[in-house]
Design a protein around this ligand. Structure first.
Ligand code: ADE
Length: 229
């Protein structure tokens, strides 16, 4: 899978060189290219923002560098990409979105800053690819970078081969619409706290049933919204 990320803070993404995604990059499973939006400016100050038409606080990202960046990235692309702009005004990112993105050949992420990007950029981007405005949740970040990091990790780990043991993807939170069951390891007694005896019983049927009950109980308590029809 190819992933292009456009940002005014390319160094933000240096951490994509570590851990499982870093390995996936070195092995060629993931081709991640990080671009500095300012490379597509032409003035001495490498300006990417300006004051909003109609007035108001803050600055808006100018359309010209975005248009040039998207043109350059899409020009040498093999397929029509999915172009994702993180935005608190977008659809909410979920495991289903991660799964969907993980099946794409080419994702382009555009990180907005300040009060956002000139709205015409989204319309133009739709001529180059399938545009998605995606929110990490109902809170406001300073820019799209942290959101892109979360999306790249959530989608990247679902690509076959990125996570060493594929079984570990099956039983985790949100895959079956429920929260994950609690996990324990040795020692069986730690600071007066016991591991639930059923897990030491060797009875796989009983373990499965207990885990499922735990999933339901946790979901009911912490995320009742997930159980609503
Ligand atoms: N940019 C600013 N806030 C954001 C959020 N909640 N999700 C995605 N991108 C954002």
């Amino acid at each position: 899978m190819r992933i292009d990320i456009v940002t005014i803070f390319p160094e933000f993404f240096d951490v994509l060189e570590v851990s499982l995604l870093g390995k996936a990059r070195s092995s060629g499973l993931l081709d991640i290219r990080v671009h500095d939006l300012r490379d597509w400016t032409h003035d001495r100050h490498r300006t990417v923002d300006d004051t909003p038409y109609g007035g108001g606080a803050g600055m808006v990202m100018k359309p010209e560098p975005w248009g040039a960046a998207l043109d350059a990235i899409v020009r040498d692309a093999a397929t029509r990409p999915t172009i994702v702009f993180p935005s608190p005004a977008g659809e909410v990112f979920a495991q289903a979105t991660a799964r969907e993105f993980s099946g794409r050949d080419h994702l382009v992420f555009g990180c907005g800053r300040y009060e956002g990007i000139d709205e015409r950029v989204f319309d133009y981007a739709a001529t180059l690819g399938d545009v998605r405005l995606v929110s990490l949740g109902d809170y406001v970040l300073n820019g799209g970078e942290v959101a892109v990091m979360a999306m790249v990790e959530a989608a990247g780990r679902l690509i076959p081969g990125v996570v060493g043991n594929p079984d570990s993807l099956i039983e985790e939170s949100h895959e079956d619409g429920l929260l994950e069951y609690p996990s324990y390891t040795k020692p069986a007694l730690w600071r007066d706290r016991e591991v639930p005896p059923v897990l030491l019983s060797g009875n796989h049927g009983a373990v499965d049933a207990w885990r499922h009950e735990q999933q339901l109980a946790r979901t009911r308590e912490r995320r009742p919204d997930l159980l609503e029809p």
